[in-house]
Write a protein that binds this ligand. Structure first.
Ligand code: NIG
Ligand code: FE
Length: 366
Protein backbone atom coordinates (compact mmCIF):
# COMPACT_ATOMS: atom_id res chain seq x y z
CA UNK A 1 0.00 0.00 0.00
CA UNK A 2 1.45 3.43 -0.92
CA UNK A 3 2.62 5.62 1.97
CA UNK A 4 -0.09 7.94 3.17
CA UNK A 5 -2.95 5.60 2.39
CA UNK A 6 -5.09 3.50 4.69
CA UNK A 7 -6.50 0.09 3.86
CA UNK A 8 -10.19 0.47 4.64
CA UNK A 9 -12.55 -2.49 5.05
CA UNK A 10 -16.21 -1.53 4.92
CA UNK A 11 -18.39 -3.76 7.15
CA UNK A 12 -15.26 -5.39 8.52
CA UNK A 13 -14.75 -7.84 11.37
CA UNK A 14 -11.86 -9.15 13.44
CA UNK A 15 -11.49 -12.35 15.43
CA UNK A 16 -9.67 -11.89 18.74
CA UNK A 17 -8.19 -14.65 20.86
CA UNK A 18 -5.80 -14.26 23.80
CA UNK A 19 -5.21 -10.53 23.14
CA UNK A 20 -4.19 -11.19 19.53
CA UNK A 21 -5.91 -10.63 16.20
CA UNK A 22 -6.49 -14.06 14.65
CA UNK A 23 -8.51 -13.02 11.60
CA UNK A 24 -9.29 -9.72 9.81
CA UNK A 25 -11.65 -9.24 6.85
CA UNK A 26 -15.21 -8.51 5.65
CA UNK A 27 -17.82 -9.44 8.27
CA UNK A 28 -19.69 -11.62 5.75
CA UNK A 29 -16.73 -13.98 5.54
CA UNK A 30 -15.79 -14.05 9.24
CA UNK A 31 -15.38 -17.48 10.83
CA UNK A 32 -17.59 -18.47 13.78
CA UNK A 33 -16.67 -16.97 17.17
CA UNK A 34 -17.74 -17.83 20.73
CA UNK A 35 -18.89 -14.31 21.40
CA UNK A 36 -19.77 -11.42 19.08
CA UNK A 37 -19.49 -7.68 19.72
CA UNK A 38 -21.29 -5.39 17.28
CA UNK A 39 -19.89 -1.84 17.19
CA UNK A 40 -22.90 -0.64 15.20
CA UNK A 41 -21.16 0.58 12.06
CA UNK A 42 -18.62 2.65 13.99
CA UNK A 43 -15.13 3.10 12.60
CA UNK A 44 -12.44 0.87 14.18
CA UNK A 45 -8.76 1.88 14.03
CA UNK A 46 -5.55 0.48 15.46
CA UNK A 47 -5.23 1.87 19.01
CA UNK A 48 -3.07 5.01 19.04
CA UNK A 49 0.57 4.59 19.98
CA UNK A 50 1.82 7.53 22.04
CA UNK A 51 5.56 7.06 21.67
CA UNK A 52 6.68 10.14 23.62
CA UNK A 53 5.40 11.16 27.06
CA UNK A 54 6.78 12.37 30.38
CA UNK A 55 3.83 11.15 32.50
CA UNK A 56 5.58 10.78 35.87
CA UNK A 57 5.56 14.23 37.41
CA UNK A 58 3.90 16.30 40.13
CA UNK A 59 2.70 19.90 39.99
CA UNK A 60 1.70 21.90 36.95
CA UNK A 61 2.96 24.99 35.19
CA UNK A 62 -0.24 26.75 34.19
CA UNK A 63 1.42 30.08 35.09
CA UNK A 64 4.23 29.40 32.66
CA UNK A 65 1.70 28.45 29.97
CA UNK A 66 -0.21 31.69 30.53
CA UNK A 67 3.03 33.70 30.36
CA UNK A 68 3.85 32.04 27.04
CA UNK A 69 0.46 32.85 25.63
CA UNK A 70 1.30 36.44 26.59
CA UNK A 71 4.53 36.27 24.59
CA UNK A 72 7.24 34.67 26.78
CA UNK A 73 9.46 32.20 24.89
CA UNK A 74 10.13 28.61 26.09
CA UNK A 75 13.72 27.66 26.97
CA UNK A 76 13.41 24.65 29.28
CA UNK A 77 14.04 26.69 32.44
CA UNK A 78 10.66 25.69 33.89
CA UNK A 79 11.72 22.04 34.08
CA UNK A 80 13.40 22.86 37.43
CA UNK A 81 9.99 23.68 38.96
CA UNK A 82 8.62 20.27 37.97
CA UNK A 83 11.77 18.57 39.27
CA UNK A 84 11.25 20.21 42.68
CA UNK A 85 7.54 19.22 42.81
CA UNK A 86 8.28 15.66 41.67
CA UNK A 87 11.07 15.13 44.19
CA UNK A 88 8.70 16.30 46.95
CA UNK A 89 5.95 13.83 45.95
CA UNK A 90 5.69 10.33 47.45
CA UNK A 91 5.76 7.21 45.29
CA UNK A 92 2.05 6.76 45.84
CA UNK A 93 1.24 10.32 44.85
CA UNK A 94 3.20 9.88 41.61
CA UNK A 95 1.54 6.51 40.98
CA UNK A 96 -1.95 7.97 41.35
CA UNK A 97 -1.12 10.78 38.91
CA UNK A 98 0.39 8.44 36.31
CA UNK A 99 -2.59 6.10 36.46
CA UNK A 100 -5.02 9.00 36.06
CA UNK A 101 -3.11 10.29 33.02
CA UNK A 102 -2.98 6.83 31.47
CA UNK A 103 -6.70 6.33 32.02
CA UNK A 104 -7.29 9.70 30.35
CA UNK A 105 -5.19 8.60 27.35
CA UNK A 106 -7.03 5.27 27.10
CA UNK A 107 -10.40 7.02 27.13
CA UNK A 108 -9.21 8.74 23.94
CA UNK A 109 -8.16 5.59 22.09
CA UNK A 110 -4.49 5.25 23.09
CA UNK A 111 -3.41 1.67 23.76
CA UNK A 112 0.40 1.98 24.04
CA UNK A 113 2.26 4.71 25.93
CA UNK A 114 5.99 5.31 26.20
CA UNK A 115 7.01 7.01 29.45
CA UNK A 116 10.27 8.89 30.15
CA UNK A 117 11.93 9.89 33.39
CA UNK A 118 13.63 13.28 33.58
CA UNK A 119 11.96 15.06 36.50
CA UNK A 120 14.02 13.39 39.24
CA UNK A 121 17.63 14.05 38.20
CA UNK A 122 19.11 12.34 41.28
CA UNK A 123 19.97 8.65 41.29
CA UNK A 124 17.16 7.81 43.73
CA UNK A 125 14.53 9.99 42.03
CA UNK A 126 15.28 8.87 38.46
CA UNK A 127 15.24 5.26 39.65
CA UNK A 128 11.86 5.56 41.39
CA UNK A 129 10.31 7.42 38.46
CA UNK A 130 11.36 4.62 36.11
CA UNK A 131 10.19 1.96 38.56
CA UNK A 132 6.75 3.61 38.69
CA UNK A 133 6.67 3.99 34.88
CA UNK A 134 7.58 0.33 34.43
CA UNK A 135 4.52 -0.68 36.49
CA UNK A 136 2.37 0.61 33.61
CA UNK A 137 4.30 0.12 30.37
CA UNK A 138 7.14 -1.82 28.75
CA UNK A 139 8.22 1.28 26.83
CA UNK A 140 10.28 3.04 29.48
CA UNK A 141 12.94 5.63 28.68
CA UNK A 142 15.76 6.87 30.92
CA UNK A 143 16.01 10.66 30.46
CA UNK A 144 18.45 11.61 33.22
CA UNK A 145 19.85 13.87 30.47
CA UNK A 146 16.79 16.13 30.46
CA UNK A 147 18.58 19.17 31.92
CA UNK A 148 21.55 19.78 34.19
CA UNK A 149 19.86 20.23 37.58
CA UNK A 150 20.16 23.71 39.14
CA UNK A 151 23.22 24.30 41.36
CA UNK A 152 24.96 21.25 39.89
CA UNK A 153 28.33 21.17 38.17
CA UNK A 154 27.92 20.04 34.52
CA UNK A 155 30.93 17.76 34.50
CA UNK A 156 29.89 16.10 37.78
CA UNK A 157 26.37 15.56 36.47
CA UNK A 158 27.66 13.96 33.26
CA UNK A 159 29.75 11.57 35.37
CA UNK A 160 26.67 10.70 37.39
CA UNK A 161 24.35 10.10 34.41
CA UNK A 162 26.84 7.90 32.59
CA UNK A 163 27.84 6.05 35.79
CA UNK A 164 25.86 5.47 38.96
CA UNK A 165 22.52 6.83 37.64
CA UNK A 166 22.63 4.74 34.46
CA UNK A 167 23.49 1.66 36.51
CA UNK A 168 20.51 2.21 38.85
CA UNK A 169 18.09 2.98 36.00
CA UNK A 170 18.95 0.43 33.35
CA UNK A 171 16.96 -2.47 34.87
CA UNK A 172 13.72 -0.55 34.31
CA UNK A 173 14.39 1.02 30.91
CA UNK A 174 14.47 -0.07 27.29
CA UNK A 175 15.51 3.33 25.90
CA UNK A 176 17.89 6.18 26.69
CA UNK A 177 17.07 9.75 25.65
CA UNK A 178 18.92 13.06 25.73
CA UNK A 179 17.65 16.64 25.34
CA UNK A 180 20.26 17.84 22.83
CA UNK A 181 19.49 21.52 22.28
CA UNK A 182 21.99 24.36 21.81
CA UNK A 183 19.17 26.91 22.15
CA UNK A 184 18.52 25.95 25.78
CA UNK A 185 21.19 26.76 28.38
CA UNK A 186 19.83 23.89 30.49
CA UNK A 187 20.08 21.09 27.91
CA UNK A 188 23.00 19.10 26.51
CA UNK A 189 25.49 19.70 23.69
CA UNK A 190 26.19 17.31 20.85
CA UNK A 191 29.38 16.02 22.50
CA UNK A 192 27.66 15.55 25.84
CA UNK A 193 24.74 13.82 24.10
CA UNK A 194 27.11 11.49 22.27
CA UNK A 195 28.84 10.53 25.49
CA UNK A 196 25.52 9.85 27.24
CA UNK A 197 24.03 7.81 24.39
CA UNK A 198 27.20 5.76 23.97
CA UNK A 199 27.16 4.91 27.69
CA UNK A 200 23.50 3.93 27.33
CA UNK A 201 24.20 1.69 24.35
CA UNK A 202 26.97 -0.02 26.31
CA UNK A 203 24.46 -0.62 29.11
CA UNK A 204 22.07 -2.29 26.65
CA UNK A 205 19.68 0.62 26.01
CA UNK A 206 18.64 1.96 22.59
CA UNK A 207 18.84 5.71 21.92
CA UNK A 208 16.08 8.21 21.23
CA UNK A 209 16.78 11.95 21.05
CA UNK A 210 14.93 15.19 21.81
CA UNK A 211 16.35 17.27 18.97
CA UNK A 212 15.88 20.36 16.80
CA UNK A 213 13.06 21.68 18.98
CA UNK A 214 14.00 25.31 19.57
CA UNK A 215 16.11 25.96 16.49
CA UNK A 216 18.40 24.21 14.01
CA UNK A 217 20.95 22.02 15.77
CA UNK A 218 22.85 18.76 16.02
CA UNK A 219 20.03 16.57 17.39
CA UNK A 220 19.13 14.82 14.14
CA UNK A 221 22.78 14.26 13.26
CA UNK A 222 23.46 12.76 16.69
CA UNK A 223 20.36 10.56 16.51
CA UNK A 224 21.16 9.16 13.07
CA UNK A 225 24.82 8.61 13.91
CA UNK A 226 23.84 6.77 17.13
CA UNK A 227 21.31 4.53 15.40
CA UNK A 228 18.49 6.08 17.43
CA UNK A 229 15.03 4.61 16.94
CA UNK A 230 13.56 8.09 16.84
CA UNK A 231 14.42 11.79 16.94
CA UNK A 232 11.59 13.74 18.44
CA UNK A 233 10.38 17.34 17.84
CA UNK A 234 12.19 17.91 14.48
CA UNK A 235 10.72 21.39 14.35
CA UNK A 236 13.76 23.03 12.74
CA UNK A 237 15.43 20.88 10.09
CA UNK A 238 18.04 21.67 7.45
CA UNK A 239 18.21 19.94 4.06
CA UNK A 240 21.10 17.86 5.45
CA UNK A 241 18.96 16.73 8.39
CA UNK A 242 16.17 15.61 6.06
CA UNK A 243 18.64 13.76 3.82
CA UNK A 244 20.30 12.08 6.82
CA UNK A 245 16.91 10.90 8.12
CA UNK A 246 15.87 9.64 4.69
CA UNK A 247 19.03 7.57 4.55
CA UNK A 248 18.50 6.03 8.01
CA UNK A 249 16.22 3.83 10.08
CA UNK A 250 15.57 6.71 12.49
CA UNK A 251 11.94 7.81 12.67
CA UNK A 252 11.09 11.54 12.80
CA UNK A 253 8.53 11.99 15.58
CA UNK A 254 6.56 15.22 15.39
CA UNK A 255 4.89 16.66 18.48
CA UNK A 256 2.59 19.43 17.23
CA UNK A 257 0.94 19.78 20.65
CA UNK A 258 4.25 21.37 21.69
CA UNK A 259 4.11 24.02 18.98
CA UNK A 260 0.49 24.65 19.94
CA UNK A 261 1.28 25.02 23.67
CA UNK A 262 4.45 27.06 23.22
CA UNK A 263 3.03 29.20 20.43
CA UNK A 264 5.88 28.22 18.10
CA UNK A 265 6.05 27.67 14.34
CA UNK A 266 5.03 24.19 13.21
CA UNK A 267 7.52 21.86 11.46
CA UNK A 268 7.48 21.32 7.71
CA UNK A 269 6.35 17.71 7.53
CA UNK A 270 5.93 17.68 3.75
CA UNK A 271 9.70 17.84 3.23
CA UNK A 272 10.08 14.73 5.40
CA UNK A 273 7.27 12.82 3.71
CA UNK A 274 8.48 13.75 0.22
CA UNK A 275 11.99 12.55 1.11
CA UNK A 276 10.59 9.17 2.23
CA UNK A 277 11.26 9.65 5.97
CA UNK A 278 9.06 7.61 8.32
CA UNK A 279 7.04 10.11 10.37
CA UNK A 280 5.40 9.46 13.75
CA UNK A 281 3.06 11.60 15.85
CA UNK A 282 2.96 11.66 19.66
CA UNK A 283 1.69 13.96 22.44
CA UNK A 284 4.90 14.65 24.45
CA UNK A 285 2.51 14.93 27.41
CA UNK A 286 4.44 16.92 30.05
CA UNK A 287 3.63 19.89 32.33
CA UNK A 288 5.80 22.35 30.39
CA UNK A 289 5.42 22.18 26.64
CA UNK A 290 2.18 20.21 26.16
CA UNK A 291 -0.05 19.07 29.01
CA UNK A 292 -2.29 16.90 26.84
CA UNK A 293 -2.72 13.13 26.69
CA UNK A 294 -4.90 13.37 23.59
CA UNK A 295 -3.76 11.64 20.41
CA UNK A 296 -6.98 12.76 18.62
CA UNK A 297 -5.98 16.36 19.41
CA UNK A 298 -2.52 15.69 17.94
CA UNK A 299 -4.06 14.14 14.81
CA UNK A 300 -6.35 17.14 14.36
CA UNK A 301 -3.40 19.53 14.75
CA UNK A 302 -1.34 17.50 12.29
CA UNK A 303 -4.11 17.79 9.73
CA UNK A 304 -4.94 21.46 10.31
CA UNK A 305 -1.50 22.89 11.05
CA UNK A 306 1.03 20.47 9.48
CA UNK A 307 -1.25 19.95 6.48
CA UNK A 308 -1.01 16.18 6.69
CA UNK A 309 -3.89 14.32 5.10
CA UNK A 310 -6.11 12.56 7.63
CA UNK A 311 -4.75 9.27 6.28
CA UNK A 312 -1.13 10.36 6.78
CA UNK A 313 -1.86 11.60 10.29
CA UNK A 314 -3.62 8.38 11.34
CA UNK A 315 -0.78 6.28 9.93
CA UNK A 316 1.79 8.42 11.77
CA UNK A 317 -0.16 8.13 15.07
CA UNK A 318 -0.36 4.34 14.80
CA UNK A 319 2.06 2.60 12.41
CA UNK A 320 4.67 5.39 12.48
CA UNK A 321 4.72 5.59 16.27
CA UNK A 322 4.89 1.79 16.51
CA UNK A 323 7.92 1.87 14.23
CA UNK A 324 9.55 4.53 16.39
CA UNK A 325 9.30 2.00 19.23
CA UNK A 326 10.59 -0.75 16.92
CA UNK A 327 7.37 -2.68 17.42
CA UNK A 328 5.54 -4.56 14.69
CA UNK A 329 2.87 -6.10 16.95
CA UNK A 330 1.00 -2.80 17.44
CA UNK A 331 -0.14 0.14 15.31
CA UNK A 332 -1.98 -1.91 12.69
CA UNK A 333 -4.93 -4.26 12.37
CA UNK A 334 -3.32 -7.41 11.05
CA UNK A 335 -3.25 -11.10 11.93
CA UNK A 336 -0.85 -11.81 14.79
CA UNK A 337 -0.87 -8.23 16.09
CA UNK A 338 -2.08 -7.28 19.54
CA UNK A 339 -5.83 -6.71 19.70
CA UNK A 340 -5.29 -3.05 20.64
CA UNK A 341 -8.14 -1.24 18.93
CA UNK A 342 -9.73 2.20 19.04
CA UNK A 343 -13.32 2.86 18.08
CA UNK A 344 -14.71 6.16 16.82
CA UNK A 345 -18.26 7.17 17.52
CA UNK A 346 -18.42 8.05 13.84
CA UNK A 347 -18.95 6.21 10.57
CA UNK A 348 -15.74 7.49 8.94
CA UNK A 349 -12.12 7.89 10.13
CA UNK A 350 -11.99 11.46 8.78
CA UNK A 351 -14.26 12.50 11.65
CA UNK A 352 -11.19 12.27 13.88
CA UNK A 353 -9.97 15.61 12.51
CA UNK A 354 -13.30 16.88 11.21
CA UNK A 355 -14.89 16.72 14.69
CA UNK A 356 -11.82 18.11 16.50
CA UNK A 357 -12.29 18.51 20.25
CA UNK A 358 -15.29 16.17 20.41
CA UNK A 359 -14.54 12.98 22.40
CA UNK A 360 -15.44 10.50 19.66
CA UNK A 361 -12.40 8.20 20.10
CA UNK A 362 -12.16 5.52 22.79
CA UNK A 363 -10.28 2.30 23.38
CA UNK A 364 -12.42 -0.61 22.22
CA UNK A 365 -13.28 -2.83 25.14
CA UNK A 366 -14.81 -6.24 24.65
O1 NIG B 1 9.82 17.33 25.23
N1 NIG B 1 12.19 19.67 25.57
C1 NIG B 1 12.41 19.02 26.55
N2 NIG B 1 11.56 18.35 27.32
C2 NIG B 1 10.16 18.42 27.25
C3 NIG B 1 9.59 19.56 28.04
C4 NIG B 1 9.87 19.47 29.46
C5 NIG B 1 9.29 20.58 30.30
O2 NIG B 1 9.27 21.76 29.93
O3 NIG B 1 8.88 20.23 31.42
C6 NIG B 1 9.69 18.37 25.81
O4 NIG B 1 9.20 19.38 25.26
FE1 FE C 1 9.63 15.39 25.46
Amino acid sequence: MPRGELAVITDGAVIIEDDRLRWVGPAGRAPEADQAVDVGGRCVLPGFVDSHTHLVFAGDRANEFAARMAGQPYDGGGIAATVAATRAASDDELRVRVRARLAEARRQGTTTVEIKSGYGLTVADEERILRIAAESTDEVTFLGAHVVPPHTDRADYLELITGEMLEACRPYARWIDVFCEPHSPHAFTEDEGRRILQAGIKAGLTPRVHGNQLGPGPGVRLAVESGAASVDHCTWLTEDDVAALADSETVATLLPGVEFSTRSPYPDVRRLIDAGVCVALATDCNPGTCYSTSMPFVVALAVRELRMTVEEAIRAATLGSARSLRRNDIGRIAIGCRSDLAVLDAPDYRHLAYRAGVPIAATLTY
